[in-house]
Design a protein around this ligand. Structure first.
Ligand code: FE2
Length: 372
């Protein structure tokens, strides 16, 4: 295809929507032991292991598992050798989210347009086609060592040999709701501008440090939205507080900007959390005092407050409805990436009313680690 063809295609691609996206694609974790990580995600969160690629399937440098729970797709990958970019990544950052995949209708046009908008290329478009299916994938760089693959794929991922999972028991998780970045002090607006320029995202919400501060620490956050609302990427930066911000703690241990948390949605958070607790995942502790205050703040929310408290679930309301949410404690040795679980009953926000309770809870954990 010539450059002119590609430019025409990019223009056509952008004619209806400034940067069409279909939703989150697979999110790829780079880890020290892909087998054990895949097993843990299956056992603890109920994801099915549906594909494998590695030395046995002709990919000699890595082992990679494809996991799914409804629309959620994770890839977990580990290297076969210590002298490999994945091993270097794990050595520097610990296990982390390397690639936030974005599903697009036309990956070549999306890549061409992203570059035209000033994105830094990582891998040019590649067509992968075999008896399992067809995919076009191209990758650009984002914050820190994080990248975004632009993925065009209908049907199964042709990179993976399919596996049938007869062991996984679903916990009801069905989609990636949002993915949050932590960036360095003073860098939030640069990344806001990056998503505006490269992907034509718009800012959905803005929380300044007055809104999200505790006695000790503060942060600022802007929520970027794209693809007509299917992609939501909040970006946090630390703000000055009396003690070390949790964002600074993340940056100290991840050694770079990166993904702070990944929010997974469910239609029934109470059932999901009761199930996940039974599998051994701990979520943050919410003190009793939160609940009478929350009930008073949201008198029309019709839920079983005693059960919500027993599960340490947070509740918040906005103009469109309410939401239930909670967060895991750390899932790896370093205090870096964690999960949020969220059920939206109309609400489109991110639990602003809970930020204070959430951060105080995170700070209690941070203090236990001696990092506050
Ligand atoms: Fe979140």
């Amino acid at each position: 295809m010539t450059d002119t063809d590609l430019t025409l295609r990019a223009r056509e691609f952008a004619s209806k929507d400034p940067f069409p996206m279909k939703g989150f694609g697979p999110a790829e974790w780079w880890v020290g032991n892909a087998f054990m990580t895949a097993q843990a995600l299956r056992a603890l969160l109920g994801l099915e292991i549906i594909g494998y690629r590695g030395p046995e399937t002709g990919v000699s440098d890595r082992s990679s598992y494809l996991l799914r729970s409804d629309q959620i797709q994770f890839i977990v990958t580990g290297a076969q050798d210590g002298d490999h970019e994945i091993s270097e990544h794990v050595k520097l950052h610990g296990p982390g989210l390397r690639d936030i995949g974005l599903a697009v209708p036309d990956a070549r046009a999306a890549y061409a347009m992203a570059l035209e908008n000033g994105a830094t290329p990582h891998r040019p478009p590649e067509v992968i086609e075999n008896e399992r299916g067809r995919m076009v994938i191209a990758t650009i760089k984002a914050y820190g060592d994080t990248v975004h693959s632009l993925i065009e794929c209908e049907g199964p991922d042709p990179r993976f040999e399919p596996l049938t999972d007869t062991v996984a028991r679903s916990t009801g998780l069905h989609a990636i709701d949002h993915v949050v970045a932590n960036v360095e002090l003073g860098k939030m607006n640069e990344w806001v501008e990056f998503y505006e320029r490269v992907f034509a995202f718009t800012m959905l919400k803005h929380f300044d440090d007055d809104a999200i501060s505790t006695e000790y620490t503060a942060l600022m956050s802007k929520v970027m939205q794209g693809g007509g609302g299917v992609i939501k990427l909040p970006i946090n930066e630390p703000a000055h507080g009396k003690k070390k911000s949790q964002i600074e703690e993340y940056l100290d241990f991840y050694k770079a900007p990166g993904v702070q948390h990944l929010a997974l949605s469910t239609d029934d958070l109470q059932t999901t959390i009761a199930d996940i607790h039974g599998r051994g995942i701990e979520t943050i502790y919410v003190p009793h005092e939160y609940y009478p205050e929350a009930e008073q703040r949201m008198p029309d929310v019709d839920i079983d407050w005693d059960r919500i408290e027993a599960l340490s679930i947070l509740v918040d309301q906005d103009d469109d409805g309410y939401l239930l949410q909670t967060f895991t404690k750390m899932l790896q040795d370093r205090p870096t990436v964690f999960f949020e679980f969220i059920e939206r009953r109309g609400a489109t926000g991110f639990g602003l009313g809970n930020f204070k309770a959430l951060f105080e809870s995170i700070e209690r954990e941070q203090a236990k680690r001696g990092n506050l």
